[in-house]
Design a protein around this ligand. Structure first.
Ligand code: ATP
Ligand code: MG
Length: 397
């Protein structure tokens, strides 16, 4: 009989969307969130709250807020308060507030259509639905960058001013949690939204090696058969992930890949060598979904940068060099290159995504220059990936 040995017991526990039953090393941050929102349970409707959660890639922003949301709803149920926690990812909504609000409304009316409504109308509908149901919503806007990039501060402004458009003494129905990787984006918001968010900010620090080890060990016991993962393998994964700016997603993904490597090679143990082999194939800091969501010229620009690195063997390139290869790429795809100022915007976005890193270089004729590096992704691999996306886009039209 064909038998297939695997080190895994339940791979889904390593899935990116899995919400762990234990949140490790974020209890202070969880308490802070609870404090910020305690009035929702104590004096529902008396006020609303806006909180900002910020931290680098994989520092647990999403999992922390989802965890908080689950607890909040459970607590509210005990007290017979109709509180809904709605977690919406702005990237998945393509930075469109209409889609965000649609997700919220669908919580109450699963078939709620979005077409044909303006933002004002959707907000109106939402508040009347909440009034009817006597419900409160804590809405998390995850990866808020995408919304601000796409639509500026207007939609958030309207959302936060909602209460002012209601009759005096109407209950406050909607509170907000905004999630941002980089605080720079805040500059793009209007003064008052920015200042409330800045007052209620929870910063998630990068995880240390030992914290990552705890998170990993927790997953090992859920996802792997007993005694299939050597402690040294876990330790190595944690060390590599600490070097990746304390990125827990990187850690979990690397652990999963190491397990896959063991399976593929018929090994009954996940060893440090499996981790090293997995590391060689890892390509996780920039997720494919992130690349897919870039605009055509953002992709072309990133492709230009990847090509520049592939050609040069250098660790750093200048903006000028990046522009030069970008123009060649545009020619290849029959596209008119975007202007210099636009490319600066692209560069900022790519750096937020973690596709590239930028820093100030030496002083040149026109002031401080900016140098670009791409520390986390092999250039050849990124180039290939981008060609895949771009050719698909061309083919579909
Ligand atoms: N404290 C923790 N305890 C248990 N698991 C965690 C913890 N922090 C992060 N994780 C896990 O690590 C992975 C990455 O976490 P998460 O998605 O919350 O990061 P993030 O800060 O939202 O990253 P990004 O900026 O890329 O969206 C998830 O699989 C999550 O379940
Ligand atoms: Mg996240």
């Amino acid at each position: 009989m064909f038998s297939y040995y695997t080190v895994f017991k339940d791979e889904t526990k390593l899935d990116i969307n899995y919400i762990p039953s234990r949140l490790l090393h974020r209890l202070n941050e969880l308490n802070l969130l609870n404090q910020f929102f305690s009035f929702v349970l104590r004096f529902p409707g008396k006020m609303s709250q806006r909180v900002l959660v910020s931290g680098k890639v994989g520092t647990g922003k999403t999992v922390l807020t989802q965890f908080f949301g689950m607890q909040l709803v459970r607590e509210a149920e005990k007290r017979n308060i109709n509180v809904h926690y709605v977690h919406v990812n702005c990237r998945e909504c393509r930075g469109n507030m209409l889609h965000v609000l649609q997700r919220v409304l669908q919580r109450f009316y699963p078939n709620f259509p979005v077409r044909g409504y303006s933002l004002e109308e959707l907000l109106q509908t939402l508040t009347s639905v909440l009034d009817e149901e006597n419900a409160y919503v804590v809405l998390t806007l995850d990866e808020l960058e995408y919304l601000v990039e796409k639509a500026g501060s207007d939609p958030i402004y309207q959302l936060t001013r909602l209460q002012e458009t209601r009759p005096p003494n109407s209950p406050h129905r909607i509170s907000l949690i905004c999630i941002l990787r980089q605080l720079e984006i805040l500059k793009k918001l209007d003064e008052s939204t920015r200042s409330t968010l800045q007052h209620n900010i929870i910063r998630l620090k990068e995880y240390s090696k030992s914290q990552l080890e705890d998170i990993l060990n927790d997953r090992v016991s859920l996802a792997f058969k007993p005694n299939t993962v050597l402690p040294d393998a876990v330790s190595l994964v944690a060390e590599l992930a600490e070097a990746e700016k304390g990125n827990a997603r990187f850690a979990i993904e690397l652990l999963w890949r190491a397990g896959k490597y063991a399976d593929a090679n018929g090994l009954s143990l996940v060893t440090p060598e499996c981790v090293r082999m997995a590391m060689a194939s890892v390509y996780s800091t920039v997720r494919k979904t992130d690349i897919a969501s870039l605009s055509l010229h953002e992709k072309l620009f990133l492709l230009g940068i990847a090509k520049a690195f592939k050609q040069s063997e250098k660790a750093y390139i200048s903006m000028g060099e990046a522009e030069e290869t970008y123009r060649a790429v545009c020619e290849e795809f029959g596209e008119k290159p975007r202007r210099h100022t636009q490319l600066w915007e692209y560069l900022k976005k790519l750096s937020i995504l973690g596709a590239v890193a930028t820093r100030k270089g030496s002083t040149g004729a026109r002031g401080r220059t900016t140098v670009i590096s791409m520390p986390w992704i092999p250039a050849a691999q990124l180039e290939k990936e981008l060609y895949n996306f771009l050719n698909k886009e061309e083919a579909s039209g």
